[in-house]
Design a binder for this molecule. Structure first.
Ligand code: ZN
Length: 262
């Protein structure tokens, strides 16, 4: 059964909610931590980032891991070899951006080339340590949509990607986390100002989601709520101030954010 979760900014305090038939049912904690309904129900929400109060990033991960070069055509478009095992890096939690928010471009003296990378993102649902792929698959809570915003010039220049991938607002995510979805064949579409930039499908991943989670868990414990961005298909391109970025993943929804100069 598909279930859809979001996080909203209420007047009291932010809350996780489950979206059922246009209403937001408030939970007492994150659903991957066993959140249950409080009985409070707010009408007027749909699956997109629309509702009577602001929508927040639907996750609060302690770790954000990303897979690099997980689609052959994308590795090739940047002139890179296809990796022989999953290639991972971190984004800091301070890079998270709410759906409907704005990616803030750094001053051009720091980076003059910021690009979008449209990605499926996985939310971990149970602790994983030295897990095989079957155990990893059963520990997936659900999936959401994310953008691995990247300062491409810094990525090429720096040995480590902490700056290129880690700036504030460089991880838009949402608007919902969906559980129960088959993640093996989902179309991913990215547009900027209505113009198509990326069109891919999760079936083209080099390393499957269970493979990636199992691989990570050999060296570090994955915890409920951790977020894993699974790599981008080809078609990455630049973002400029004033742009409207939209990423659609079938079965999950559309993540939209603006872009502004910092
Ligand atoms: Zn990426």
């Amino acid at each position: 059964m598909l279930r859809r979760f979001a996080r909203i900014a209420r007047s009291q305090q932010p809350a996780y909610v489950e979206l059922i038939a246009g209403a937001a049912h408030v939970l007492d904690r994150a659903p991957w931590l066993g959140g249950e309904t409080t009985g409070e129900c707010l009408p007027g929400f749909d699956d997109e980032a629309v509702g009577p109060c602001a929508r927040l990033a639907p996750v609060e991960p302690r770790k954000i891991l990303c897979v690099g070069r997980n689609y052959r055509a994308h590795a090739k478009e940047l002139g890179n070899e296809v990796p022989v095992e999953p290639m991972l890096f971190f984004k800091p939690s301070t890079s998270l951006l709410d759906p409907g928010g704005e990616v803030v471009l750094p001053p051009s003296a720091i980076s003059a080339r910021v690009e979008h990378e449209a990605e499926l993102a996985i939310v971990v649902g149970a602790p994983l340590k030295r897990a095989d792929e079957a155990a990893a698959a059963s520990a997936i809570f659900g999936a959401t949509v994310a953008c691995d915003v990247t300062a491409r010039d810094l990525q090429k220049k720096d040995g480590q990607w902490w700056r290129a991938k880690g700036m504030d607002t460089f991880c838009p995510v949402g608007p919902v986390v969906v559980s129960g979805l088959d993640l093996t064949e989902l179309p991913i579409v990215c547009s900027v100002n209505g113009e198509l930039r990326q069109r891919g499908n999760t079936r083209d991943m080099i390393f499957s989601v269970p493979r990636v989670l199992s691989f990570v868990s050999q060296v570090m414990t994955l915890e409920p709520g951790d977020l894993i961005l699974t790599g981008t298909p080809e078609g990455v391109g630049p973002l400029a101030a004033g742009d409207q970025l939209r990423i659609d993943v079938d079965g999950i929804g559309a993540l939209t954010v603006g872009v502004r100069a910092g």
